[in-house]
Design a protein around this ligand. Structure first.
Ligand SMILES: O=C([O-])CC(=O)C(=O)O
Ligand SMILES: [Mg+2]
Length: 644
């Protein structure tokens, strides 16, 4: 088992030439998984044991060396090549003298990758110069976990818990993931929605240590240089936002960073992608949020948002820099971009990059998965339902298109025909043919022949939907009248209030059950506590893309997929639906409990990878015979390692 092996808290350090302007930032920490120190006896502190190993090129000239040459296969499986271009350097090129050493003493305690706090053993304390730096007690990781949980539970305010968890992540990474993985249902609402929304709103005030990479307009023309400041070279997943539509909270500018940070914590905790392979990024192109612009603690650029050419050329530079820095097979997850950019960016870059939009595609998969599962409760096929959406943005049209694809596939009908089962209401009322000319492109496919309906309730009365899906960002829009009407013609109406965080949900779980006499099959984007109604306890399902992106990402990485194909998304939805047990169903649940999320993610990863192989999009060959076992074996485990 991996965690009983001993390893060294190894790092690569660079001492850059004093003449280089950013020298102090260029101390790089990188684990060296393949390095063997078998012949060394402890204490094995080896400051600068190795000859200069790599070249860092932070000088302007010559240009040839600017791009770290990351071998793509190694980027997946680990290992280091001529990453910093040393081998390619000529005699008159400036290079940085790199050396490897072992983290020890106070430096080891301050390194979140290797720090174990009171869990360092006697031997480790002796060999790694920790004696006296820690109190005498030695705790197991389990005891540390208990202590963390005990402390967390004394805080009343979820934001305090969030800050405590972020501090833990900064201090002791493995303990952070151990606590999160073991207590996922309790802590997901803290590190993720809804608390992460409040954290983003107050990011400036609670800011302690930076996390992730901030790329602002000030860096135009130099984004590649910014990537060189990131200490990890083997990046496999990037989650990037420009902060314009953070959850349902709107434009939070640079403070949207909480979202990529939170999503990537879930990539590791729920999907097992190792932390060093995850890179959170915020692109700061300004904000139109006046409150933030006037907030003395705001952390971003104080200017209004760049638009048009200024915006697109900056994103373009970013996308090119990602590929140059980390190769073709780094997965770029777009997160919480505003509608007007999200669709365009996905359409443009899916042809050239490995991209995934979580709000359009991830949300679509999780909702489709829930709907497929709900068929076991409602009966019938997907095509026999009538779907009505409130909100026709990224989530709404993303979900609608994926449902249509599944209906088309199941019923062997055209996409156009399948889309006719799906209706959408936006801020101007029902989307119908007569509005076609004034509709944004992504809505046009759902403009069907019908008379105009000015609001949701008239659309519900006119269309008699069996499934009502809210992704409007508008709270309390599923009113008593809407839900009672829906329940008047459905035995088991499906209601999904997807807007995040909880404060923006279209209705609460309690309202959904009460106004449908407990008959609703309910799912929500943010979690709700179980509801007791007429002696029956209703456990709600969380229709959140957190079920999907970690497993999908893992499947993409492990198969070396070069593009995200819609069939891979459909595969993920079917796998998710298959994980809902009979017992879950009996409780009205259309999602499996989050408690089993790592198993669920492994199954999703296997389903996605199998599809990638089938489509010829996988590059990790040969295909493993057991993809579930392969996914499980790839997953990061948070247990401490023993240090030699
Ligand atoms: O972050 C979440 O909880 C789900 C999501 O992507 C969003 O609401 O934008
Ligand atoms: Mg999102």
């Amino acid at each position: 088992m991996a965690f009983v092996q001993v390893s060294s808290p190894f790092r690569i350090l660079a001492c850059a030439a004093p003449s280089l302007p950013t020298a102090s930032q260029h101390v790089r920490t990188q684990s060296v998984p393949s390095l063997s120190l078998g012949t060394l006896q402890p204490p094995c502190i080896m400051p600068h044991v190795c000859p200069p190993a790599s070249v860092e090129n932070h000088v302007k000239e010559p240009k040839k060396l600017e791009t770290p040459d990351v071998n793509e296969d190694l980027a997946v499986s680990g290992g280091v090549r001529d990453v910093f271009g040393e081998d390619a350097a000529t005699e008159d090129q400036l290079i940085t003298p790199w050396s490897r050493n072992v983290a020890c003493g106070m430096e080891l305690l301050r390194d979140p990758h290797y720090n174990k706090g009171l869990a360092f053993s006697e031997k480790e304390r002796e060999y790694h110069y920790l004696t006296g730096l820690l109190p005498p007690t030695i705790l197991t990781q389990q005891m540390q976990e208990k202590r963390i949980l005990h402390n967390l539970r004394t805080y009343q305010d979820p934001l305090q818990k969030y800050v405590a968890m972020m501090d833990l992540q900064e201090r002791n990474e493995r303990l952070f993931y151990k606590v999160l993985i073991d207590n996922v249902e309790e802590l997901l609402p803290i590190v993720y929605t809804p608390t992460v929304g409040e954290a983003c709103q107050k990011y400036g005030s609670i800011f302690r240590r930076p996390r992730g990479l901030y790329i602002s307009l000030k860096e135009r023309g130099k984004i590649l240089e910014v990537f060189k400041n990131w200490p990890e070279k083997l990046v496999q997943v990037i989650v990037v936002t420009d902060g314009e539509r953070i959850l349902g909270l709107g434009d939070l500018g640079c403070q949207g960073m909480g979202i990529p940070v939170g999503k990537l914590a879930l990539y590791t905790a729920l999907g097992g992608v190792r932390p060093s392979a995850c890179l959170p990024i915020t692109i700061d192109v300004g904000t139109n949020n006046e409150t933030l612009l006037n907030d003395p603690f705001y952390i971003g650029l104080r200017r209004r948002r760049a638009i048009g050419e200024e915006y697109t050329s900056f994103i373009d530079e970013f996308m090119h820099a990602v590929k140059k820095s980390y190769g073709e097979k780094v997965l770029i997850q777009f997160e919480d971009f505003a509608n007007h950019n999200a669709f365009e960016l996905l359409e443009k870059y899916q042809k050239t990059h490995l991209v995934f939009n979580d709000d359009i595609q991830g949300t679509a998969v999780v909702v489709l998965g829930g709907l497929l599962a709900s068929l076991k409760l409602t009966g019938g096929t997907l095509a026999e339902h009538t779907f009505l959406f409130l909100g026709a943005g990224e989530a709404g049209t993303g979900i609608a298109e994926l449902i249509a694809s599944e209906i088309a596939l199941q019923g062997n009908v055209s996409l156009q025909e399948a889309r006719k089962r799906i209706w959408m209401v936006d801020s101007k009322g029902l989307i119908v043919k007569s509005r076609l000319d004034s509709l944004q492109r992504h809505k046009k496919n759902f403009a069907h022949e019908h008379e105009e309906c000015r609001d949701l309730i008239s659309a519900v009365k006119a269309l008699k939907p069996s499934v009502l899906i809210g992704c409007s960002g508008q709270r309390s829009t599923f009113t008593k009248e809407v839900l009672e009407t829906l329940a008047s013609f459905n035995m088991k109406p499906v209601v999904m209030a997807l807007s995040n965080p909880t404060s923006h949900a279209e209705c609460t779980a309690e309202e959904a059950y009460r106004w449908t006499q407990g008959r609703a099959i309910f799912g929500s984007g943010s979690p709700f506590d179980p509801v007791r109604l007429n002696e029956k306890v209703h456990v709600t399902g969380q229709a959140n893309n957190a079920y999907i992106f970690p497993g999908t990402g893992l499947g993409i990485i492990m198969s070396g997929a070069i593009r995200v194909h819609e069939d891979m998304l459909l595969a993920a939805a079917r796998v998710l639906a298959d994980q809902v047990s009979k017992e879950n169903m009996d409780n009205g649940l259309i999602y499996p409990p989050f408690q089993n999320i790592r198993k669920i993610s492994a199954n999703i990863a296997a389903g996605v990878a199998a599809k990638a192989y089938e489509l010829g999009l996988a590059t990790k060959l040969p295909q493993p015979s057991n993809l579930v076992a392969c996914a499980e074996s790839c997953m990061y485990s948070p247990q401490y390692r023993k240090y030699r």
